[in-house]
Design a protein around this ligand. Structure first.
Ligand code: ZN
Length: 138
């Protein structure tokens, strides 16, 4: 399900960098909640902002939903990426030794996907040799 808030940058709302640790996000969230709590009626738009902060936190607090959100952000930013192919996860070759999924690029390079990275519904991987990327849907 798409929702129209996906273009909102939750990191901006929480005033954090995308590389922020879970701890940093939490601290920032707690600080903002105190600042914009609806009980403090001194700011007109604080209710709306408070809800946004809650929404941002609900997505970023969970490592899985944060990873998925990061993948969506990356997709939006790299919409100009050269997508070589869109495949599903089962089209990739699974290497049980390395615990990694592999897919060969047309240049002979390889797309690598860590099994731990397969939680998002969709992930973009760059080739290790050329500028092409593939989109993998799990
Ligand atoms: Zn390549």
């Amino acid at each position: 399900m798409e929702d129209n808030t996906s273009s909102t940058d939750y990191y901006q709302i929480l005033q954090c960098e995308r590389t922020a640790s879970a701890e940093e996000l939490k601290k920032s969230y707690q600080r903002l909640v105190l600042l914009f709590h609806p009980d403090k009626k001194d700011e007109k738009d604080s209710d709306k902002l408070f809800l946004l902060i809650q929404k941002a936190w609900s997505v970023l607090r969970d490592p899985n939903s944060r990873r998925q959100y990061d993948a969506e952000l990356t997709c939006q930013e790299h919409s100009e990426l050269l997508i070589y192919e869109t495949i599903s996860l089962d089209q990739m070759q699974y290497d049980a030794v390395e615990d990694i999924y592999m897919y060969t690029c047309r240049c002979g390079g390889t797309y690598l996907l860590d099994r731990s990275d397969t939680m998002p519904a969709k992930v973009i991987i760059g080739c290790d040799e050329c500028s092409f990327s593939i989109e993998v849907n799990s």
